[in-house]
Design a protein. Structure first.
Length: 221
């Protein structure tokens, strides 16, 4: 039997959050290699912060990929116009490691832990489903919802206490000219209420630091 804690917090981020930017750059490099060579083995990680990006790892592939160009395109497609200084250090996989996987074995080891829940049709805890929906909804409002002051970076959190939602947090990068009052009012009506439902008795936090103009690698690592 699994006992959930009395109080816990779950989090999800938008595509412009630095953590997710790094994921998308690494994934795009993998996709580019697989597009040319379906047998590619790609172990690539990305690290970025304050105008600087490092892409490193090991690749075994016949593909010819401009890793820097792939990274720049991902960053600009997300919505960041700033230029990045990029260092690429991707090399051929060690032959000592390769000899153990050339016959079809895995290139690394991993341990995953988790559990299913009957709270939702997705078989995930309800708070996880809702916090992902908040992040996706925030992204949709920026790209398709006609809110021009929303910017790419963002994060959503839900805190649950004794099985009930206690706090909903939405932090979003925004245009400098928009007021925090307008941000909270708009996101409460267009994002939080449609997903959470009745928010009476729930603490709603929108940009609790009071300002989120800088985002992505310009602001964080």
């Amino acid at each position: 039997m699994i006992f959930a804690p009395k109080t816990y917090t779950v989090e999800s981020v938008t595509c412009g959050h630095p953590d997710k930017v790094c994921d998308q750059i690494s994934d795009a490099i993998l996709d580019a290699c697989l597009a040319q060579d379906p047998r590619s083995r790609v172990a690539v990680e990305s690290f970025g912060g304050h105008g600087f990006l490092v892409v490193g790892g090991e690749v075994t592939s016949n593909a010819k990929v401009d890793y820097e160009a792939v990274a720049r395109k991902v960053y600009k497609d997300i919505g960041y116009p700033q230029e990045l200084k990029i260092l690429v250090n991707i090399v051929q996989q060690s032959p000592d490691i390769a000899q153990g996987v050339d016959t079809g074995g895995a290139g690394d080891q991993g341990i995953m832990y988790g559990f299913a829940s009957n709270e939702t049709p997705e078989l995930l805890p309800d708070a996880i489903v809702k916090v992902h929906a908040l992040a996706k909804g925030l992204e949709d409002l920026r790209t398709n919802g006609g809110i021009p002051w929303l910017k790419p970076d963002g994060k959503t959190q839900i805190t649950v206490e004794n099985g009930k939602i206690k706090t909903v947090l939405v932090s979003t990068q925004h245009d400098e000219k928009i007021s925090q009052e307008e941000i909270k009012k708009t996101l409460s009506e267009k994002l939080i209420k449609p997903i959470i439902g009745d928010i009476s008795g729930i603490e709603i936090l929108v940009n609790p630091t009071g300002r989120f103009v800088q985002g992505g690698f310009e602001a964080d690592t």
